[in-house]
Design a protein around this ligand. Structure first.
Ligand SMILES: Cc1cc2nc3c(=O)[nH]c(=O)nc-3n(C[C@H](O)[C@H](O)[C@H](O)COP(=O)(O)OP(=O)(O)OC[C@H]3O[C@@H](n4cnc5c(N)ncnc54)[C@H](O)[C@@H]3O)c2cc1C
Length: 459
């Protein structure tokens, strides 16, 4: 299991000294704004750090690491504050918070974006779209660029341009001993390999460099289905993505409405030359279509299709990569969605067709390229009295996928209670060992353990 050890708070005089030595700020429980600063996406996790260090550059990150080591306090790293496990907050410890470091510079001629370690996708897309360029990122603007990239990254342009981490070409990383290391072809190539999927295990990235692609408009939006047609519409979605070209990404969400009837949202994102692509015609003709919101859209509009509330709902997510999505599994998931008997909550289908399959598997640590879909049971609720049934629903739903499973779950959606075996399975034994060797080199004491942890190789 990931660790839930209570950290010892640093003494007040130490914090005064820390404040003096930083360009950024330190927020402690007595400061106004503390509750806002410790809040993150998932209201299921409520923790009280001893100090939140709002860093302003690589120097501040190194200072925060030095301070934590000297005081013997545990650290957590915060980017966009979206990881459902709550790894970005820690009881009694020190949070290295990157939310002041959100600048994104774009070199349009070289088609490269350089983003600071705390940038969100809204920051990133706004900067790159200003010159008509993109990299494939996440579907919710407030998610952190670095956190998402380091776990893989699946979104509206995955079929076209691959996983987000496939487009990461370099990074500047502050390691727990305070050194600044460059990952990439002109630095440590092995570190770049590890950052492409291996999570925030090796250091704090203060700068990330991405390859960009030209794109301004898409055919996108949402197709909404309801009632009895949902079962057939989900089958259509599966068949369409199985044969779709590289310029057609598509995801789907199964849910229930207030009368507990099943609903399905399909979100296509087409970037090819056809004004009425065949794949879209097939989806539009599926039974149960109640709202057709698909059309010509600015890419930034596509990036606003899903905007869940931040810090209000309790979330428990569990995902499973599957090799196929047979009728039997569709029926099972539909039944379980209805059996949840409550809204909200959903089953998310992310297709991995197209470009992720083209990438050289040796370029990164990602272990799920060969899967057909990532399927996630996402329990979302507000009443703490319902924790048990919602969490049980997510666990049982994922357990039901076991016969079709490949390569464990998606690290980006894991809760903190996932056993290390499932983290290992997400990479495969060989890749996990290689990641452990990298971890031993950059973080031998496992300072960065508040994550989907890769422990150092046993001595
Ligand atoms: C609403 C929502 C939508 C999402 N949508 C998508 C999606 O479309 N596609 C997808 O693939 N995933 C998606 N995710 C999952 C998301 O990518 C992961 O949870 C990711 O870890 C979030 O990163 P963050 O920086 O926002 O989170 P945080 O909680 O701030 O950080 C999570 C962890 O990432 C690491 N980290 C973050 N920044 C850095 C850094 N600069 N250097 C080193 N380590 C760092 C740290 O280990 C940290 O604990 C979504 C999550 C949510 C809640």
């Amino acid at each position: 299991m990931n660790q839930e050890v209570q950290s010892t708070a640093p003494p007040a005089e130490g914090l005064t000294e820390l404040r003096r030595s930083l360009a950024g700020a330190v927020i402690t429980p007595t400061n106004s704004g503390y509750d806002q600063a410790r809040r993150f996406f998932n209201a299921l996790v409520d923790r009280r750090p001893a100090a939140i260090v709002r860093c302003f550059g690589a120097g501040d990150v190194a200072t925060a690491f030095d301070f934590a080591r000297a005081q013997g306090v545990e650290v957590a790293v915060r980017g966009g504050g979206h990881n459902p496990a709550g790894h970005c907050v820690i009881d009694g410890g020190l949070v290295i918070d990157l939310s002041l470091m959100r600048r994104v510079d774009v070199d349009g001629d070289a088609r490269i974006a350089r983003s600071e370690g705390g940038a969100t996708w809204l920051d990133f897309d706004s900067a790159t779209q200003a010159v008509g360029l993109v990299t494939p990122g996440g579907v919710v603007g407030s998610t952190g660029v670095a956190g998402l990239t380091f776990g893989g990254g699946i979104g509206h342009l995955t079929a076209q341009h691959g996983l987000t981490c496939d487009n990461l070409v370099a990074a500047e990383v502050v390691t727990p001993d305070g050194s600044v290391v460059r990952a990439g072809a002109d630095g440590d190539g092995e570190l770049l390999w590890g950052l492409r999927g291996g999570g925030g295990n090796f250091g704090v990235a203060t700068r990330l460099e991405f390859r960009l692609h030209p794109l301004e408009r898409v055919i996108g939006g949402r197709l909404e289905y309801a009632g009895k047609g949902v079962s057939e519409a989900l089958r259509r979605f599966r068949d369409v993505v199985a044969g779709a070209p590289r310029d057609f990404s598509c995801g789907a969400q199964l849910a229930v409405d207030e009368s507990l009837e099943p609903t399905l949202t399909i979100a296509p994102c087409y970037t090819g030359p056809d004004s009425d692509p065949e794949e879209l015609r097939v989806l539009r003709s599926a039974p149960g279509l109640v709202d057709d919101g698909v059309g010509d859209l600015a890419f930034l509009g596509q990036q606003h299709l899903f905007n869940p509330p931040y810090g209000e709902d309790r979330n428990y997510w569990k995902s499973q990569f599957v090799r196929e999505l047979p009728d039997e599994l569709i029926d099972e998931l539909l039944e379980r969605m209805v059996a949840l008997g409550r809204s909200p909550g959903q089953v998310l289908f992310e297709s991995l067709h197209g470009a992720p399959k083209d990438a050289d598997p040796n370029n990164g640590a990602v272990g799920f390229r060969n899967a057909a879909f990532n399927i996630s049971a996402m329990a979302v609720w507000q009443d703490p009295a319902l924790d048990q049934p919602y969490i049980a629903w997510a666990r049982d739903t994922v357990a039901a996928m076991a016969p079709w499973s490949v390569s464990g779950g998606y690290v980006n959606y894991m809760q903190a209670d996932e056993p290390i075996e499932r983290v290992r399975a997400a990479f495969g034994d060989e890749t996990f060992k290689r990641l452990q060797a990298l971890k031993t080199r950059y973080d031998p004491n496992n300072v960065l353990r508040r994550n989907q942890n890769i422990p150092p190789a046993p001595g």
